[in-house]
Design a protein around this ligand. Structure first.
Ligand code: ADP
Length: 401
């Protein structure tokens, strides 16, 4: 089966084209600067050969026309006709309370997703644009939505509720939804597979540490809590998002700075986190380089970042009544030995003991980094959300047949 996986953002479309015979990528690429000057498509074939197309890519539909065009082109493509695409899988950020798993996209599903625009105003509209475009261009190819929120459907009510008037939950759906679900599920399943343990009898904490970052408590294969909440701004400190903050401070800042909800949202989503603390960068590599030269705020940001993760690990171990496996993933989790060390420092009391001989220098590889005798197994698993989306898409379309 050949599956096209799409991740449609506000001005970009990332794609990977999979052959699920052997799980390999036939081609991948990105359309960037949609609707702006200088838009382009960057395409890479399985052989590694790259090609760049510049053009006026005014909207998502044109972007997808470019992608379908290059995939089926005689010179750069990997299929002779679009009929070879068996299905398209979309990363959809918000599935609300409705979708607990991936779903075949029908008109009814589209109508429901349109209702969730209110819950994810930045993310769901571009996801929908990709769906509309495919429907218009190749209506016979089945499309599947794979949700960032779906894996967290198993979080019990006492963990997903906020302690606000119950009526507001009922009226507006204000609750923890959680995100990065596809990644948490993938790395947790993969970690259990690599360690040879039964996921249905294992307590796992996954730390997805990228520009966006979240932790997840997975007990016996089910997400029982996660750090992102009603929106992706809650929880861990991120590249530009604050993570947890006293809402009293939010109200105070809005009052003092005389800003409304839009500006406040921009402040806490785009100007906070590592960027806000350091004033230099949201990129952990740049912050690390400045810290190595003695920059005090970068040193502080690193300490805050690691400390917040450590607190979540402690609280999730308590929430699950124990811990068997700790997983690091995402750009920082996969590549930064110093972050992994900083987070695990002084967690020996929980049974977490890292083997620095293995940890130091390890980048982007599946590897157990705990000492042989460590009660908790600590493991690095590079995430692969696209493969997970491709597999889910295949399963849904197959079930339909
Ligand atoms: P996104 O959430 O946008 O998918 P990524 O998972 O790509 O983000 O993670 C981006 C973060 O990973 C950045 O802070 C970057 O500095 C960090 N990162 C990427 N590669 C490395 C590396 N080799 N060493 C340390 N940090 C890295």
């Amino acid at each position: 089966m050949k599956i096209l996986v799409l991740n449609c953002g506000s001005s970009s479309i990332k794609y990977q084209f999979y052959s699920l015979k052997g799980n390999h990528i036939l081609a991948k690429g990105i359309v960037e600067k949609i609707g702006m000057k200088g838009s382009f498509l960057k395409h890479e074939k399985e052989s590694g050969q790259k090609v760049l197309f510049e053009g006026e890519i005014l909207d998502h539909k044109i972007g997808i026309e470019y992608i379908l065009g290059v995939l089926s082109s005689a010179k750069h493509g990997c299929i002779t006709s679009l009929e070879e695409i068996n299905a398209v899988g979309h990363r959809v950020v918000h599935g609300g309370e409705e979708f607990s798993e991936s779903v075949l996209i029908t008109d009814e599903v589209i109508t429901t997703l349109e209702k969730f625009i209110e819950l994810a105003p930045l993310h769901n509209p571009p996801n929908l644009k990709g769906i509309y475009a495919l429907k218009a261009l190749v209506p016979d190819i089945p499309q599947v939505a794979v949700f960032d929120t779906a894996f967290h459907h198993t979080i019990p009510q006492h963990a997903f509720m906020y302690a606000i008037p119950f009526a507001l939950y009922k009226k507006y759906g204000i609750r923890r939804y959680g995100f990065h679900g596809t990644s948490h599920k993938y790395v947790s399943d993969r970690a259990c597979e690599l360690l040879g343990v039964d996921p249905l009898a294992t307590k796992v904490i996954t730390c997805h540490l990228g520009n966006g970052a979240s932790a997840c408590a997975i007990k016996n294969g089910k997400s029982i809590d996660t750090s992102m909440g009603f929106t992706p701004v809650e929880g861990l400190i991120m590249g530009t998002r604050s993570g947890d903050i006293d809402m009293g401070a939010v109200a105070y800042i809005m009052d003092k700075e005389k800003i409304g909800t839009k500006s406040a949202s921009t402040l806490f989503n785009k100007h906070s986190g590592l960027l806000g603390i350091t004033g230099i960068s949201s990129d952990s590599r740049e912050i690390r380089a400045a810290a190595d030269k003695g920059d005090e705020r970068c040193l502080l940001a690193i300490k805050m970042f690691d400390y917040r993760i450590k607190k979540y690990i402690g609280s999730y171990a308590a929430a699950m009544g124990g811990l068997d496996v700790l997983v690091f993933t995402g750009g920082i989790g996969e590549n930064s030995d110093v972050t992994r060390s900083g987070v695990c420092e002084e967690l020996e009391f929980l049974g977490i003991e890292i083997d620095q001989k293995i940890n130091i220098g390890l980048k982007g590889e599946e590897c157990v980094i705990s000492k042989a005798g460590s009660r908790v197994k600590v493991i690095v698993v590079p995430t692969n959300e696209e493969l997970m989306i491709a597999i889910d898409t295949q399963n849904i379309v197959y079930k339909k047949d």
